[in-house]
Design a protein around this ligand. Structure first.
Ligand code: CO
Length: 162
């Protein structure tokens, strides 16, 4: 296995099975940061023709407003800063018009996925304790330095969502 940015070696027996267990599933959504969800909704609805767009809601603990644009095979998660300490402020400082912020893959078991990422040397953001994400299931974020420059959200598949 060759994965730039990760330590070599120490790929003990058992990592293979853990990998299968924690392997990413569906692309759940693409996170798009915006200075204004209201303006972005106009883009997705009026220009791109999206017909199913949820209500904007706040997630104060995560420092974001969120709004989902529903597509036939996935979702766009519009995120706008909520409060002064929002982690999205820094992103918008570098990308004032907004832009692609993260991608989110579903996993069967968030704890197994987190442990698997750590075992492979990837950095899980924050304390590493999963937080409840916008879909009501636990999520973690993996540092872009280990993910080819992409901030990756892993989200436990909602139970019964098959
Ligand atoms: Co997300």
């Amino acid at each position: 296995m060759s994965w730039p940015g990760l330590p070599r070696g120490d790929l003990a027996a058992g990592v293979g099975s853990a990998y299968r267990q924690a392997m990413i599933g569906k692309l759940n959504h693409v996170g798009v940061a915006t200075p204004s969800i209201d303006e972005s909704v106009k883009l997705y609805r009026d220009v791109l023709g999206a017909t199913s767009i949820g209500e904007k809601f706040s997630m104060p603990e995560q420092g974001v407003w969120v709004c989902f644009v529903n597509l036939p095979n996935s979702q766009i998660e519009l995120i706008e800063p909520y409060g002064e300490n929002s982690p999205v402020h820094g992103f918008l400082a570098k990308n004032p018009a907004g832009g692609q912020h993260h991608i989110c893959f579903e996993v069967e078991d968030i704890i197994a996925a987190r442990d698997d990422m750590r075992a492979k040397g990837a950095t899980v953001l924050g304390t590493g304790e999963p937080r409840i994400g916008a879909h009501g299931t636990p999520v973690i974020f993996v540092h872009p330095k280990n993910m080819g420059g992409v901030l990756v959200e892993l989200m436990e598949t909602p139970k019964g969502a098959h």
